[in-house]
Design a protein around this ligand. Structure first.
Ligand code: GLU
Length: 311
């Protein structure tokens, strides 16, 4: 059993020291609404399988899931269609390119996105969510997030959603490219709408820690023993988190922290210690790779101190 007491004793000083690193980063502004947050915020929630948790820092700060949502829309698409259908639309490899790049879609045959963690891949995955309309698909996604966070008040931040929908020129061009390549079928704007909405789901560190704990427990709710996600799909999701969850710093994070993780441009990070802990972090100032600068620093500090690395 993890000694949450010693983590709790260690956290205040670790958060204080790591918060200062925020100065080296910048809050994402390409989605205008995202820039309206305090850049030096840093918060963390660490939750164990016995429902004991520690909170430190700006844990009340709401933030949108952004790319963290991609882990779970991938899982939903796998649950809806199985591996063969999903991996006919997206690959399994890291790109080495930016998260919103379209370079390899043209350069590498057969023109499917390299993986479901980059924007092109996640948009392709959004098209696979079951439902007869974009509204029904978005409802299904939201219901799933409410279930896995055990928080029925979770909702879309409509200001962020509208802000992204109005400024997503790059994602639009990617998506029309995917349509031309035959990856997307149907109405492109409807697929994008599902994507924008799941990126705009608003959470706190505690919600993210609960989602992470479910992955740490291989898809079984530790409180009830209920298998909410098939183990195989959790395994696939965690593998993508290791290989491409932290953008082009995934290798660096694997070496420095050694845990599966997914970050988002809002400064959130979801990570987990297999079988033991779910962790949610928020720190909106991003480094030049797009990850929370203070958040990564904090996770490195904690992983070193408590020997969390899987490797
Ligand atoms: N909604 C964001 C976008 O599509 C997500 C990006 C991210 O968090 O990496 O640009």
């Amino acid at each position: 059993m993890d000694d949450l007491e010693s983590i709790k004793a260690y956290l205040p000083e670790a958060v204080r020291a790591c918060r200062t690193h925020s100065e080296q980063g910048e809050v994402a502004a390409y989605i205008p609404e995202l820039s309206k947050v305090p850049s030096d915020a840093l918060g963390i929630c660490i939750l164990d399988r016995y429902d004991q948790y520690v909170l430190e820092g700006d844990v009340e700060l709401p933030f949108t899931l952004q790319s963290i949502s991609k882990v779970f829309t991938l899982i939903l698409a796998l649950m809806d269609h199985g591996e063969d259908a999903v991996f006919s639309k997206v690959g399994k490899e890291p790109t080495g390119d930016d998260f919103n790049s379209m370079l390899k879609l043209e350069l590498v045959e057969p023109g499917i996105p390299f993986n479901p963690m980059i924007n092109a891949g996640a948009i392709a995955i959004s098209s696979l969510i079951a439902g007869s309309s974009p509204q029904e698909k978005s409802e299904r996604v939201l219901t799933f997030f409410r279930q896995i966070t055990r928080n029925h008040t979770i909702d879309i931040n409509h200001d962020v959603y509208r802000s992204e929908a109005a400024s997503a020129h790059r994602n639009r061009s990617l998506s029309y490219f995917l349509k031309d390549n035959g990856v997307l079928t149907g109405d492109v704007e409807e697929v994008l709408d599902v994507y924008f909405r799941h990126c705009s789901i608003q959470v706190t560190c505690m919600d993210v820690a609960r989602m992470a704990l479910l992955l740490a427990c291989d898809g079984t709710d530790p409180a009830t023993g209920q298998q909410l996600i098939p183990r195989r799909y959790v395994q696939i999701a965690k593998t993508f988190m290791i290989t491409c969850g932290m953008y082009n710093a995934s290798g660096e994070f694997a070496i420095g922290v050694g845990l599966p993780a997914k970050s988002g441009v809002s400064g959130g990070i979801l990570t987990l210690v297999p079988g033991r802990l779910g962790i949610g972090v928020v720190g909106p100032a991003l480094n030049n790779k797009g990850n929370s600068v203070a958040g990564v620093q904090l996770l490195e500090t904690l992983s070193t101190r408590f020997e969390w690395s899987m490797f």
